[in-house]
Design a protein around this ligand. Sequence first.
Ligand code: SF4
Length: 392
Amino acid sequence: MSSKINQAGGIYIHIPFCVRKCPYCDFYSIADLSLKPRFLQALNREMEIVELDTFVFDTLYIGGGTPSVLNPDAIEQIIKAVFGHFDFLPDAEVTIEVNPGTVSFEQLRDYFKAGVNRLNIGVQSFQEGNLNFLGRIHSVEDAYLAYEWVRQAGFDNIGMDLIYGLPEQTKANWRFDLEHAVQMRPDHLSCYMLTCEPDTPLHQDLKRDRFQLLSETKVRDLFDLTLDYLESHGYVQYEISNFARRTDTTFPPPVSRHNIKYWSLTPYVGFGPSAHSFIEPQRYWNFSDIKKYIREIEAGRLPIEEKEVLSTQQLMMEAIYLGLRTINGIDLAEFNQRFKVDFLRTFESTLNDLEKNGLLRIARDHCALTRKGLSLLDSITSNLTSLEFTGR
Ligand code: SF4
């Protein structure tokens, strides 16, 4: 895909270090921080050898792992390298993820000075019991303190992550977290449902019957509560798990401009171990092994583990799956133009059934899931996309 002519892309940097692994997490990271200097060198070299001259970007997202295990000098070095190597539009969004328990006021202030203008803080819960279950290294007090420092450091675009759907979690328990989050008035809230990913310690505990997952009905109740509570407290849902604080009408809500690229098939390029990239029609990803990653780069090669070229049908499937995650849904004119099909006619009978059951709405130029539909996102999208594959 193109180039400077179309939409600006995003750059993602994966920092592959965490103080300790959380039992539910399947992102690539290691707790051995001794490789930091070699990783930083390799990261810089990776940016030097990649060829992205025809692209223009407008977001940089430093995620992981735990980027806040890096000191401000290292973050500044990364930002400078990114802006030095690639072409950026003015007013780029520069986000860093931080974990309470790994930050100080001075560090946050210096991240801000280094050019970070959006900060996402992984609070996850305001209850010690939940944090313990999730194996987080921070306490509730750490989370409050970190948030206070973030504001004092000058950030005015702050996102907060929360996790719900913990075993035996009641509505009252989840409501407590929502209430405390909203009181702090973050600009953005991501509420992720706990999932039990294969090969994680949490999954092993589940197999050993150490706990039970919440029933689908209870999860749906928590999802409904999230939407009701946040909508009535000034947050606009724009993706299944993401909410932006409503601002006065002269400003758009503070959505994550970077994450929107993932849901709209806009190009993004990832650097660092396990980082994924998408440049239509190709998707590729780096080795999820820091030593292999460094070795490849030191040998002068890009550390790409695998590449796939998506067919038009696969791209269409992705556009449906990702588009329906968003509240605006699929832009029909754009979809039809991109794939040279008539979306409504191609999926007519399934769309009619979904609409009749109150799961989907089609309004002039968009097709989107209703609230009930969103809670059944996976089964609806797999139904639609399997229809496409069988060519019906
Ligand atoms: S801090 Fe985040 S990235 Fe690191 S192990 Fe925990 S959930 Fe995963």
